[in-house]
Write a protein of this length. Structure first.
Length: 361
């Protein structure tokens, strides 16, 4: 009887996932089915490709934000870094009347993103300043410097190297509701997903990020070079932000310095909904991917339902509050159970303690 119950609990835990990825995936499936019933045009290839296309840039940003949240911080500057790196890359080439090509453009943007990310990392790690305050400050600095010293005008024509893939698609499918295309930039996005998952799961650098998010002082005492890890992490986040900015302007076929900044809430909400703990030390790439797709499906559903854009932001904000609230309640419940386990030798039997440990495992 107990063996059967334990096996069921183990199966449920595996299905749920370490960060509730299974529950989130179930919610996503139910939402897709519900929208398909309410509006048959939702369950079509063009809609699916449209959602995947709209998820490319948020997915790249979310992977970077995931690293920061796992480490116990909040990054509010990634969008400013993305715009700065991508717009500067475009402006430099057009002003100098030369073309770096596609690869060269991405390299320049990534270098700029790494430099800006290192500023965040140095300030936060070296002086142990609050991440949200620092990144809010640098967001304003980066945006102001871009508009003042680089440019503030809309650029209609991209350099040839970047424009060469603006209209290139990986897959094209003819459907009853119209032709459906999946942009080629979905490929580097998938590569980044695999790369970040590998870093977090298989490398000492990734494990150090988890350790710092769990307890930075304990990680320091365990021999982890916290300052070095944090600086390199923000450099990596800056590089991914630059890639996201380039993808945004390539798919938009234009350069503008006044986009993306202010939309950070959607990205943070997706990562938190994906199971990343706002308190640090927990999170997964799989959960983040599902969280981003969930946000995109919700936004697409509201558009099809004719809901104004202001209410779309309200829905995302509500999801963020719910996600953080659930995490806080779960943390409080876990703390109560741990206290109960600790008190078991004094006020309960060893068997009761073992049962509680199995439930909370």
């Amino acid at each position: 009887m107990n063996a059967g119950r334990t096996a069921t609990q183990v199966w449920v835990r595996r299905l749920r996932g370490q960060n509730n990825e299974g529950i989130l995936a179930l919610v996503l499936i139910v939402l897709v089915i519900g929208m398909s019933i309410a509006n048959p045009t939702f369950f079509t290839i063009p809609t699916a490709f449209g959602i995947l296309r709209s998820a490319i840039v948020p997915m790249i940003f979310a992977l970077g934000v995931l690293l920061v949240i796992i480490s116990g911080g909040i990054d509010m500057s990634f969008a400013a870094i993305a715009v700065f790196a991508a717009y500067t890359t475009i402006k430099v080439q057009l002003s100098g009347e030369f073309d770096l090509g596609l690869v060269g453009s991405f390299v320049l943007a990534i270098v700029i993103g790494a430099a800006l990310g290192s500023i965040n990392g140095f300030l936060i790690a070296r002086f142990r300043l609050p991440t949200m305050i620092v990144t809010l400050g640098t967001r304003g600095i980066f945006t102001g410097a871009l508009l003042t010293y680089v440019g503030s005008r809309y650029i209609a024509d991209l350099p040839t190297g970047m424009a060469s893939i603006s209209t290139k698609n990986l897959v094209g499918v003819a459907a009853e509701t119209g032709n459906a295309y999946l942009h080629v930039l979905v490929v580097p996005t998938l590569v980044l997903i695999v790369l970040v998952a590998w870093i977090l799961r298989r490398t000492m650098f990734g494990r150090s990020i988890y350790a710092i998010g769990g307890d930075a002082e304990a990680a320091r005492r365990a021999g982890i070079r916290v300052v070095r890890v944090q600086v390199w992490m923000y450099v990596l986040v800056g590089m991914m932000a630059a890639v996201g900015g380039m993808a945004y302007m390539i798919m938009g076929r234009s350069g503008t310095p006044q986009e993306l900044v202010g939309d950070e809430l959607d990205i943070i909400a997706a990562v938190v909904l994906g199971g990343a703990s706002i308190f640090g030390g927990r999170g997964s790439v799989g959960g983040t991917v599902i969280g981003v797709l969930l946000i995109q499906v919700i936004n697409n559903s509201l558009i099809l339902a004719g809901v104004p854009s202001a209410w779309q932001r309200t829905a995302v904000g509500l999801l963020l509050v719910i996600g953080v609230g659930v995490q806080a309640l779960a943390a409080r419940r876990s703390a109560r159970i741990v206290r109960t386990i600790d008190d078991a030798p004094h006020g309960g039997s060893a068997a009761d303690s073992d049962d509680l440990k199995k439930v909370t495992a």
